[in-house]
Ligand binder design. Structure first.
Ligand code: MG
Length: 254
């Protein structure tokens, strides 16, 4: 069941979303060659706690019911698609580093991802980064009253294919609210015009994950880290978006 939020609830979700956006500003101050992903996690966690919010990923056992995620952010470098565990991996010039941040604030969740280009990146990395960022914006544009859910999915896939990239099928976007993952699941592929009709008050985490090569992914032995099967690059952007009578309202940007 898709839960529609009241205007007041969306206001609180906007507060949660803006906290996520401000934490990204802190990450942007420190992300550079030579720092570890564990350091970025520390910076983010401190910033989240300072906002009186709760890091939503820490201790999360997920839809998979597995060992709790040990950190406050996911840090996914290059071939890592999503759910990279922060640790002693050092960030290098030329890397694509995706940082996924989730917070809980006043009972509601905010969830967003940015991928950072570290210094000068390869042409293909640049192209993948641009396509993924644009795919997110194109998907968000479809978050309108009366549209069908798979209009979002289809528009994202179309943008990916335009540049010859593939779309990850094993992980998807989701509804969000009092739970981090609510209905519906939002595929990043498939035909348009299917699924539920979007209504005012739906809040969706739109999150295209685009791969340079194969769409196939595998999960490493830590049970969290998802990598591309061919170890080529992956890129991920995400925002939490409310469907309103005035069009899409992006909650996780300032
Ligand atoms: Mg998400």
């Amino acid at each position: 069941m898709i839960i529609c939020k009241s205007a007041d609830e969306i206001k609180v979700m906007e507060e949660a979303g803006k906290i996520v956006a401000r934490v990204f500003l802190k990450i942007e101050e420190v992300i550079k060659p030579g720092v570890t992903t564990a350091f970025l996690d520390k910076v983010a966690e401190e910033a989240i706690l300072k906002e009186n919010a709760i890091p939503a990923f820490k201790g999360y056992t997920g839809r998979f019911g597995k060992k709790p995620f040990p950190a406050s952010i996911c840090a996914s470098v290059n071939e890592v698609v999503v759910h990279g565990i922060p640790g002693n991996r050092v960030i290098n010039e030329g890397d694509l580093v995706s940082i996924d941040i989730g917070v809980k604030f006043k009972g509601f969740y905010g969830d967003a991802t940015r991928t950072y280009k570290i210094g000068k990146v390869s042409k293909i990395a640049e192209k993948l980064w641009n396509a993924t960022r644009e795919a997110l914006d194109i998907g968000i544009e479809k978050c309108r009253v009366g549209a069908r859910l798979s209009d979002i999915s289809n528009s994202i896939e179309k943008r990916a294919l335009e540049d010859g990239f593939s779309v990850v099928k094993d992980f998807v976007g989701h509804g969000i609210g009092r739970d981090m993952h609510e209905d519906p699941q939002i595929l990043n592929y498939g035909p348009p015009g299917q699924g539920p009709v979007l209504k005012e008050g739906m809040v969706l985490a739109i999150e295209p994950m685009l791969n340079q090569g194969t769409c196939k992914v595998e999960v490493l032995n830590d049970l969290w880290t998802v990598v591309t099967e061919d170890r080529k690059l992956s890129c991920h952007f995400e925002d939490t978006v409310a469907v309103t009578s005035n069009g899409p309202l992006i909650l996780t940007r300032i």
